[in-house]
Write a protein that binds this ligand. Structure first.
Ligand code: GDP
Length: 174
């Protein structure tokens, strides 16, 4: 089955994006990698695809040990699953320049060779005139080319949902 991996900074709205996309109630929990607060959660969408909810990162109050556990967990995930990831969804905050952790995540997705879709969430928090410069800053920081996918999104309002679904479907080969 296709596998979609969702990653993003804590509080970026990853849960909200997933909810907006499929709704938690449409996800069947399959299991998790070991770990308490930091774990990789696997869900089945309609028995048709796996959705992998990667643990959020960049939360300031997290201990060094917890950060290392996160890094190790990610490393293991990418080592073991790289070939099975159909597409990676990197969620960033449209209001902010992507962080060092976002860049790390972005590099991991790139290294797997799977298509990556960057979702710029919280679009509703910007004025219209602020959107274009914000998108440019994200594109430049992540070194995205014209062909790379960057979708302005609002988990709150629903903007970008159809476009994201279209690209996820396309990543499965149609
Ligand atoms: P997670 O930690 O990345 O899973 O983030 P959550 O989904 O829990 O969202 C964190 C906070 O951001 C919550 O208060 C959400 O209501 C809010 N949020 C998420 N997406 C949006 C959005 O598109 N627009 C606005 N205005 N708020 C959002």
């Amino acid at each position: 089955l296709p596998q979609f991996a969702f990653a993003g900074r804590s509080n970026v709205g990853k849960s909200s994006v997933i909810n907006r996309l499929v709704g938690r109630k449409n996800l069947a929990y399959v299991g998790a990698s070991p770990g308490k607060t930091t774990q990789v959660n696997y869900f089945l969408i309609d028995r048709r695809a796996y959705l992998v909810d990667l643990p959020g990162y960049g939360y300031a109050k997290v201990s060094q040990a917890e950060k290392e556990r996160w890094a190790k967990l990610m490393e293991t995930y990418f080592q073991q699953e790289a070939d099975r990831i159909t597409a990676g969804v990197l969620i960033v905050d449209i209001r902010h320049k992507p962080t060092a952790n976002d860049l790390t995540m972005h590099d991991w997705f790139r290294q797997t060779g799977c298509p990556e879709i960057v979702v710029a969430n919280k679009l509703d928090k910007l004025k219209k005139s602020q959107v274009e410069p914000a998108m440019t800053l994200i594109r430049e920081t992540l070194e995205l080319t014209e062909r790379d996918l960057l979708i302005p999104f609002s988990a709150e309002k629903g903007d970008g949902r159809d476009e994201l679904i279209r690209h996820l479907t396309a990543a499965c080969g149609g």
